[in-house]
Design a protein around this ligand. Structure first.
Ligand code: NAD
Ligand code: TYD
Length: 337
């Protein structure tokens, strides 16, 4: 049985990934998460009594804590990050602390522990910058041209990961994925925010002209890709991941409105995001050729399942909107967050 350190496991993708890992029966997991606003222990409440799972509340910048954990694990999957572009525009400093400095602490402790076999760094298509309408999708060797403070902090972390490989031969792998959607996504991101607003009859704030394009992938497909990379990926490599599903934000919102039977009059065009990237698209042929992975969930199916999940799990997001989700830690660990 392999033991993994998963950082940021209480967030959206991390919690889906831990569920995926535990369901294989092949891994034990230590989840290190600071429980920022985006971390929700309720995402993993079903694993609380699972002997293969343990939770440590702490920050990835805490060198003493990280080096102690690193001695116990065989591999690392690093999700922990500040992840919301709008927040980074408002205040970049937490992005530098966590995404840049935290990643370096993890890399240093990983290297010194001299035991773990692989370090998977979870990155994003946003490090490549923005595409024009007719430009080909991003490839792994494309230059990094990040435009938001979030993207710049992720690009910085990618470069630190690369430097660790080049300098010390640390067995690192970088994955860069496009926009995820699915269960447990914090309702500040486009799909959960708009789905909940439609359910509540609230306005849908669409930035700019609504024609910005993102490539959408269901989080389960992303988790499966990370599993493949963990088990068979080659150290020193970068793998682009994506859903082969480019859609404008207006198209996404129309799909949600259509599924929930609501009117387009809810759409409210609002001021554009500063520096708003126009288009992302990923060339995922490398991971297909090298590891045989490709996405399997269509957007039509994935978005329906996701909206049904948010409908069926109203208490989950109501507790986030009211702030009650923070009480879970107090109740179970006796400390206030
Ligand atoms: P998220 O914001 O939902 O979760 C982030 C988690 O990290 C939270 O649980 C938070 O408490 C934790 N965390 C934050 N700072 C920490 C720190 N200093 N120490 C320990 N834990 C800390 O993010 P997500 O959407 O699940 O994204 C996970 C990773 O995947 C990120 O690295 C992100 O850049 C990357 N990514 C996300 C997407 C997407 O569409 N969401 C796409 C591609 C890549
Ligand atoms: P988001 O979910 O924040 O992901 P990212 O910025 O990392 O791609 O936003 C997805 C797209 O939706 C992006 O083009 C910005 C747009 N958007 C809106 O139009 N309105 C909103 O309220 C939000 C949160 C996003």
């Amino acid at each position: 049985m392999k033991k993994l350190l998963v950082t940021g496991g209480c967030g959206f993708i991390g919690s889906n990934f831990i569920h995926h890992l535990i369901s294989t029966g092949n891994y034990e997991v230590i989840n290190l998460d600071a429980l920022t606003y985006a971390g929700n222990l309720e995402n993993l409440a079903d694993l609380e009594d699972n002997s293969g799972y343990s939770f440590v509340r702490g920050r990835i910048e805490d060198e003493e804590l990280v080096s102690a954990i690193m001695k116990k694990v065989d591999a690392v999957v690093h999700f922990a990050a500040e992840s919301h572009v709008d927040r980074s525009i408002h205040d970049a400093s937490p992005f530098i602390t966590t995404n840049v400095m935290g990643t370096q602490v993890l890399l240093d402790c990983f290297r010194r522990a001299d035991r773990p076999e692989k370090f998977i760094h979870i990155s994003t298509d946003e490090v490549y910058g923005s595409l024009g309408p007719d430009e080909p999708p991003f490839r792994e060797e494309d230059p990094l041209r990040p435009n938001s403070p979030y993207a710049a902090s992720k690009a910085s972390s990618d470069l630190l990961v690369r430097a660790s490989w080049k300098t010390y031969g640390t067995p690192v792998i970088i994955t860069r994925c496009s926009n995820n959607y699915g269960p447990y996504q914090f309702p500040e991101k486009l799909i959960p925010l708009m789905s909940i607003n439609v359910m509540e009859g609230r306005k849908l704030p669409l930035y700019g002209d609504g024609q910005n394009v993102r490539d959408w992938i269901h989080v389960s497909d992303h988790c499966e890709a990370i599993m493949q990379v963990l088990e068979r990926g080659k150290p020193g490599e970068i793998y682009n991941l994506g859903g082969n599903c480019e859609m404008s934000n207006l198209q996404v919102i129309r799909t949600i409105l259509g599924f929930l039977g609501s009117s387009e009059s809810l759409i409210e065009y609002v001021d554009d995001r500063l520096g708003h990237d126009r288009r992302y698209a990923m060339d995922i042929s490398k991971v297909g050729n090298c590891l045989g992975w490709s996405p399997s969930i269509s957007f039509e199916q994935g978005i329906q399942d996701t909206i049904r999940w948010y409908e069926a799990n109203r208490p989950w997001w109501e507790r986030i909107l009211s702030g009650a989700y923070k009480g879970y830690y107090l109740q179970h660990y006796g400390e206030q967050i």
